[in-house]
Structure formats: C-alpha cells, structure tokens
Design a protein around this ligand. Structure first.
Ligand SMILES: [Mg+2]
Length: 208
C-alpha cells in the first residue's frame, strides 16, 4: 500500500475549468513519455515524473471541489463497491483505502487491484476514458453543446466525482506497475515532485 500526501498549490488559484485543462495537458505529456519509452528514447523516471504531475492535478481538482462544497469522499463507497463487484478488489481490503483532506494536504491511499495483464498503456486508455466522462459532464452541465437537457448539478457532481476517483485509481495502478514491473522507487519520485512544486513557487509558506 502506498500512501500519498500531496499538497494544495496555495500559491495558485485554480478553477474547475483550468484544472480540467491542466489534467488534459498532463495526460498528453504522460502519453508522450510513454511513446518515447516505447521507442527506446525515453526513461522510466520521466514517465514517473509525468504520472506525479497528473496525480497532482487530481488532487488539485479535489481541492477545487472542496472549495465549492463538494466532497469526493461521498462517492468513495460507490467507487469501492464497483471495484468489488468487478472482482478487482477483495471486500476485506476496503480498510486499506484512505481519502481525506485537512485543507492543506490530500491524504490518499488506493489499493493495488487484481487485474490480470495490466500495463501502462492499458491504464492510460482507462485514464482517457474517465477524462472523457469528466469533460462530458462539465460540458453538458454548462449547456456548452447546445443541448436543452440540463442535468441536475448533484447528478453532474456525482459523475465528475466518480470519474475523478477513477483517474486517481488509475494513477495508483500505474504507480504499482512502475514499482513492480520497472523497480521505480515511488518515495523518491514523490520527493522529487514536492521539490519541483516548491522550486516553481506553487507552494506558499503563508497560511492561506
Ligand atoms: Mg507534466
């Protein structure tokens, strides 16, 4: 089990839309690194770095939701039930799952799933699927596609919350693949990631 504690980027002011765009950007960068790796030109540490960037946008979106009074934790049970139903997770392992916020950090721990033949590429495909659902829910809610049917905001929030948890779970699945199949030291890449956030000035020491 890997526990992650990723910070709120309190020197930035992300919105729902800016974060969704940032997620798409990071998924693109992750895809690029995976392609380079396949061509024998990239490195596994660059893939790991982009994965952490994506995980950070997931955390940022959770904070954006929190600010709007939406708690992703509300749908964690639905997420877990789905995993159990698909036999990806044994019911007795539900205690391993953690998702909480103290307003400054999101503490998150998601389990390694029992999926045979899991690869980085297949997981990326799953991330893309969930990202599609997030974008669709956001677009529909704002009536961006000209459709008359405007779903209730609670329904939209649930779709987005579950899709976000799906992306978070995929990030974990990729992390386990990196660790188990490529011998990546997760602790090390998380430390490097946190150093980068500080270097780029995304974290303010002032109490926000
Ligand atoms: Mg990046």
């Amino acid at each position: 089990m890997e526990n992650l504690a990723l910070p709120k980027l309190n020197a930035l002011s992300p919105t729902l839309d800016s974060t969704l765009l940032k997620m798409m950007e990071e998924i693109g960068e992750l895809s690029e690194q995976l392609e380079l790796l396949e061509e024998g030109e990239g490195s596994i540490s660059s893939v790991a770095e982009e994965l952490l960037d994506l995980a950070q946008t997931v955390i940022t979106l959770m904070f954006v939701f929190e600010k709007e009074g939406i708690r992703v934790q509300e749908w964690l049970d639905d997420h877990i039930e789905k995993l159990i139903e698909k036999k990806y997770l044994k019911p007795e392992r539900r205690d391993e799952i953690l998702l909480k916020s103290d307003g400054k950090y999101q503490y998150i721990s998601l389990p390694q799933l029992n999926i045979s033949g899991v690869t980085l590429d297949k997981t990326l495909r799953n991330i893309n699927k969930a990202m599609g659902r997030l974008a669709q829910a956001r677009g529909k809610f704002r009536g961006m596609n000209g459709e008359n049917c405007m779903p209730k905001s609670s329904e939209v929030n649930k779709i987005m919350g579950l899709a976000l948890l799906h992306v978070a779970q995929c990030c974990y699945t990729m992390m386990y693949v990196l660790k188990n199949q490529y011998g990546v030291n997760i602790k090390e890449i998380v430390e490097r990631h946190l150093e980068k956030l500080e270097r780029k000035g995304y974290l303010s020491s002032k109490v926000s």
